[in-house]
Design a protein around this ligand. Sequence first.
Ligand code: KMH
Ligand code: ZN
Length: 440
Amino acid sequence: MPATMIGTSVALRLRMSAQDAHYGGQLVDGARILSLFGDAATELLIRLDGDEGLFRAYESVEFLAPVFAGDYIEVTAELLALGNTSRKMRFEARKVIGGVRFNFGSDAFDAPSAADVLADPIVVARAIGTCVVPQALQRRPRELYLPGLPPGPAPATSAIVTPPEDAAGSDVILTAAIVGAELTRARTPHLPLTAQDVADEAARCREAGASIIHLHVRDDEGRNTQSAERYAEVIAAIRRRCDCIIEPSTGGAVGMSFDERVAPLSCAPEMATLNCGTINFGDDVFVNSRADIRRIAARIRAVSAVPELECYEAGHVDEAMALAAEGAIAEPLHFQFVLGVKGAIAAREDVVHYLRSLVPSGATWGVAALGRWQQPMTELAIRLGGNARVGLEDNIFLTKGVLAEGSAPLVARAAAYARSVGREPADPARARKLLQLAAR
Ligand code: KMH
Ligand code: ZN
């Protein structure tokens, strides 16, 4: 079976009935969701192999939110990896419609039949599992569902087949944002502060699969600084430890002056961030006036660095295109969609699809999502053929309530995911080629 089948997915949507409710309060038991995963897996196997196959094992199962009778549940199964007989799949169950239940504390009267379409579907369960189809039973021509070939039998009710993405086989560029400007040791003891600690962390991230280090630096008291001298010291320390592309921040921290923000460019880095618009940044305002964006772009060009276009809103993509049209930045463009800043665009699947649709051909794009959205948005970007940024700057947790012991474990997880869907993390040399850094 060709590796291009990786990413093929099916979906089922159905309503939980009163018979599905097992516990008090009309609660549906987790086994019911697992049986839906089984049905989705079976459909995927039939489509891929012409055989129902067998479920061999679950590697992980998470139940994340309650399901009640009356809820509409959408289940997806997606092919992650292929062996001779094994088919590894990722499952997700989302509540897309839910009854208005237990409206405690509200004076509003809701009839028992009241229900809402959820603007943001709730993920109720996730799993990774492996099925097998013995070779003797594999009877479907693999090409059947590839674009341009006969579609095969009509899908079951409500089923969809997603054509495999073209990402499989392409390398993914992983960026590690290892320091940040706002993070403090009070929030995580794993934040590197000294030049040596930052360099050690960069080397660990390189080892784990990162090819770019997005860099902020700290002064002797651990406070964020844009000091050119401190950047030079930290960059030299990183250079002694690894060959990563180093991308200093020209965003700095909220409230910094133009001169402070561009100071790290005196280190003549290969890349530097270029923030493409003003946003509310939590309770602050991160100001990037159109004039300043152009002044920073000019400074980046003056040192022959390549800008990474930080877009926190859809309009920032348009601003980046305007910069290219004006000649303020050169193609190919490299977009970073920073998602989930409070006050800017959210970290949602539809947002990624939309922003990606704006990217002109020849450009690269990646996602840097904040907090608990870092992992799912990273994995989505990887599946869709994009790049990803992970690290403590954006998210300090490995899983809920468990601090990541630095950025390297977050890089390692993203790299493992990339490999599981057929994408290899690019090493720095490969990333330089993909980003055409040397061509500048
Ligand atoms: N610290 C944020 C206000 C960048 O590095 O260019 C800006 C930031 C973006 O982190
Ligand atoms: Zn930053």
